[in-house]
Design a protein around this ligand. Structure first.
Ligand code: HPA
Length: 274
């Protein structure tokens, strides 16, 4: 067995020892400011990342680093409260590990959440954007490894990475709640710096609608593993150069605080329908 496969197997065996022979059909990864969504879960078990073999640690404010197991309605669900980022110094392949463990635990649908800056001039802080596709501007790849074929095909098709059936259900859910959801292309940058105004203009020309420093590595890994993805970005700030304000993490956290009840109502209804 080569390294990645052994690490995924080790982490999975540790978790299955705690959960028993259960499968979890739904996975959720909570980004900046989305932590309160764990309240949707009928919690059965919480395991801090540092106890899980081969799991890295998070050290970003607002990312507490725990894996939660339980049910949302009738769905057995595992939630990552806190994620790993390339800008923390983790290699891309490390970012793939938790998603591969989720796959081993039975996850078939993965919900990815994040905070993102706007690129599209019609998107304002506080908006929610369904991710319909992504642009990987890091040109690094979480799948690149000698043994990636252990987790999926050699050359994965990404033309339907964000299935339209889930996007349609999201719009239907939003309509029933009188909630407006934007839809667009998420641009991934490595961070940790926010963009320059010139970079935001470039991203707009390339077809991007929102920009962030997460989600792509997990989305690509899930796509490779045959997991369906639904991604939701909370627009936390105007992209660099689009307003007079300078960018900072406190703004991201403050915007999320204002709309977290809306988001949690949306997910409760959405999850019941998928
Ligand atoms: N740029 C990159 N990542 C982000 C931003 C941004 O403006 N806002 C939240 N995450």
């Amino acid at each position: 067995m080569i390294a990645l496969e052994r690490d995924v197997a080790g982490a999975t065996a540790f978790l299955q020892d705690k959960t028993g022979p259960r499968t979890y059909e739904l996975g959720i990864i909570l980004g900046s400011g989305f932590s309160n969504l764990v309240d949707l879960l009928d919690t059965e078990l919480i395991i801090p990342y540092e106890e899980i073999p081969h799991f890295p640690k998070t050290n970003v404010i607002g990312h507490s680093g725990k894996l939660h197991f339980g049910k949302i309605g009738s769905k057995s669900t595992m939630i990552m409260q806190g994620r790993f980022h390339f800008y923390e110094g983790h290699p891309m392949a490390t970012l793939a590990l938790p998603v591969r463990v989720m796959r081993e635990m039975g996850v078939q649908i993965l919900i990815l959440t994040n905070a993102a800056g706007s690129i599209n001039e019609a998107f304002v802080p506080g908006d929610l954007m369904i991710i319909e596709d992504h642009l990987n501007l890091s040109f690094a790849n979480p799948l690149a490894a000698s043994d990636h074929v252990k987790f999926g095909v050699q050359f994965p098709d990404t033309s339907r990475a964000y299935p339209t059936e889930l996007i349609d259900i999201a719009h239907e859910t939003a309509r029933s709640l009188n909630l407006t959801l934007q839809q667009g292309v998420y641009v991934f940058t490595t961070g940790p710096n926010y963009e320059t105004p010139a970079e935001i203009r470039m991203m707009r020309k390339l077809g991007g609608d929102a920009v962030g420093m997460s989600t792509f590595p997990e989305a690509l890994t899930a796509c490779h593993a045959g997991i369906k993805i639904f991604g939701l970005s909370m627009i936390s700030n105007y992209g660099s150069g689009m307003s007079d304000q300078s960018l900072n993490h406190d703004e991201v956290v403050a915007t999320m605080e204002n709309i977290k009840h809306k988001v949690s109502g949306f997910f409760q209804n959405f999850i019941a329908k998928i």
